[in-house]
Ligand binder design. Sequence first.
Ligand code: G
Ligand code: G
Ligand code: MN
Ligand code: NA
Length: 250
Amino acid sequence: KEIRELLKDALRNDGFKLVYQPQINLKSGKADTFEALLRLKDEDISPGEFISVAEESNLIIDIGRWVTEAAIIQLAEWQSKGLEPKPISINFSAKQLNDLSYVDFLNDKLKKHGVTADLLEIEITETVLLEKKDKSISFLNKLKKSGVKISLDDFGTGYSSLSYLTYIELDKIKFDRSLNHKFLQDNYTDTMAGLISLFHSMNLVVVAEGIEEKENFQKLSDRGCDYIQGYLFSRPVSPAAIEKIYDHNF
Ligand code: G
Ligand code: G
Ligand code: MN
Ligand code: NA
């Protein structure tokens, strides 16, 4: 079957699930945000593959809404179990800027499930900021006004113009794995420290993604990085597995 058909089936028949990867707060040593990553329940197709099909076919609009509500339901479930509230972040494709009632949808679902907006983070990439500038900025400002947090994902992989950092109020910046690998080599650790303090001066929380080695974790920690997300601490795992490490000291 074509991937597009599998995605349509999954939307109709509850065929998607979310797995979660913790971001470790280096001050507390605990997980305090969980990134939701989409999976097909019954198919062994990587998200790298099916997300691009979803984007090309516009199915990403409905899928993006499914992800949004599923994350909100998860927040409500953890809340009802008495767990300390910790945010979930979700990924947002540039194509979803065409979903003009997305912010209304999001606000409705937060209300319906009794979840406050500050527990949801939306991860955007540079392409979201580059495409159709005026329209996307007003979309993002409306999103921001609803109270959700906005983070810039995959920093260091694109053009990384800094001017767009002034268009909208971002809360977090996530350094891509490839950037971390380059700048954690011995000759560039000062550059890494400088980048982190540059973003701190803009009141952004800095997350380093894709950290697999203890040595790199230590370097980032010494240079003032706020959060680390990577296989060193945890792969993306099921909600049940997240509950087991919810308050764990990493
Ligand atoms: O864990 P991983 O292999 O899941 O993710 C591969 C890629 O797919 C990443 O770039 C990630 O941002 C993207 N991705 C995962 N889940 C989602 C989602 O729910 N929505 C969007 N737009 N992208 C996602
Ligand atoms: O594009 P985005 O940053 O949303 O994608 C997150 C992707 O990075 C997911 O596919 C996730 O599984 C993957 N990832 C998270 N931590 C690590 C890591 O330590 N190493 C590698 N190779 N991939 C990681
Ligand atoms: Mn992401
Ligand atoms: Na990334």
